[in-house]
Design a protein around this ligand. Structure first.
Ligand SMILES: NC(=O)c1ccc[n+]([C@@H]2O[C@H](COP(=O)([O-])OP(=O)(O)OC[C@H]3O[C@@H](n4cnc5c(N)ncnc54)[C@H](OP(=O)(O)O)[C@@H]3O)[C@@H](O)[C@H]2O)c1
Length: 282
């Protein structure tokens, strides 16, 4: 499907032998017909990694976008997530079957546990069921989202399997350095949600502006390049089609070692991130 205007996005290896595009698109910016149209265009433009979740109530539109795009399903890397209320034995399976129906597909490429929700104590059961679903071919890769090291270790202790991905709140303003070192040591790919930084506003800082001007790129590209240069997968979302190309056009320039040192000064520290030991989403 590639043509001259299609964005080319490199991939990174997953520890189970698969690979995932370094840049994808989030889907939180719209729902319904609007999302289906915009996302179909994003796919035609070259994005292949799509991030949705049962909790976003937009899986139907994501499935429709894939259909409208005309791009074959096997060229798409589709991620969805187990909702809080779908955690636990049997419920995880039921939740995935419902997601597949809404997405109009018979498998997802990556299934994540959306939040660990420690007060419910169902993450290990959920993980074990996800491994069954993977063995049955309904899910190609299994991972987690918003998990901290001790929460990942619990999954591994019970099953012997590490997630391939941990999707976490991540930007130069929330660099999650220790968490990322834990993930890297186990071959788990870090994937950044809210990679443009949201309220922490790394795009509004003097240093990002200075680097962007020197390189002749947008500040958003500096912020996203900080991630992909370190092998972090990003899933920026935009309802503005003119921004899609810039958000994936990250591979024709490089940040210097000094840029990385300067950007490290923006890190607000782990305490500024949503705390997965207390924040729960059902
Ligand atoms: N696992 C989780 O718990 C979790 C939590 C939150 C999000 N997510 C996932 O992560 C995805 C991304 O996170 P997010 O949507 O919260 O944050 P984000 O992608 O970092 O930021 C989105 C915001 O940035 C703006 N934007 C996008 N591209 C831009 C550019 N080039 N220049 C300037 N502004 C730009 C968008 O506005 P416009 O629309 O006006 O461009 C929007 O307001 C979500 O869509 C979702 O799939 C996962």
């Amino acid at each position: 499907m590639a043509n001259d205007t299609t964005i080319q996005i490199p991939t990174v290896q997953l520890h189970d032998g698969g690979e995932i595009p370094l840049v994808g698109t989030g889907t939180l910016f719209a729902k319904g017909n609007e999302l289906a149209d915009l996302l179909a265009q994003t796919i035609r433009d070259g994005y292949r990694l799509l991030d949705t979740a049962a909790q976003y109530a937009n899986e139907g539109a994501v499935g429709e976008a894939i259909r409208r795009s005309g791009v074959p399903r096997n060229e798409i890397f589709l991620t969805t997530k187990v909702a809080g209320m779908d955690q636990g034995h049997h419920l995880t399976r039921r939740g995935l079957v419902e997601s597949l129906r809404r997405l109009n597909t018979d498998y997802v490429d990556l299934l994540l546990i959306h939040w660990p929700n420690p007060s419910r104590g169902l993450a290990v059961e959920t993980w074990a069921e996800m491994l069954e679903l993977q063995a049955e071919g309904l899910v190609t890769h299994v991972g987690v989202s918003n998990f901290l090291p001790h929460q990942i270790e619990e999954l591994h202790a019970a099953t012997g399997v590490w997630p391939v991905v941990d999707q976490i709140q991540l930007s130069p303003a929330l660099a999650r350095t220790e968490l990322r070192a834990f993930l890297a040591a186990r071959g788990i790919v870090a994937q950044g949600w809210r990679p443009l930084g949201g309220h922490e506003q790394p795009m509004g800082q003097i240093i990002t502006g200075k680097i962007a001007r020197r390189l002749g790129v947008d500040v958003s590209q500096v912020v996203l390049r900080w991630a992909v240069q370190q092998g972090i997968v990003v899933i920026p979302s935009s309802g503005n089609p003119t921004r899609w190309h810039a958000n994936a056009d990250l591979f024709g320039f490089e940040l210097t070692a000094q840029d990385m040192i300067d950007l490290a000064t923006l890190d607000l520290g782990e305490d500024a991130a949503w705390d997965a030991t207390t924040h729960e989403e059902w």
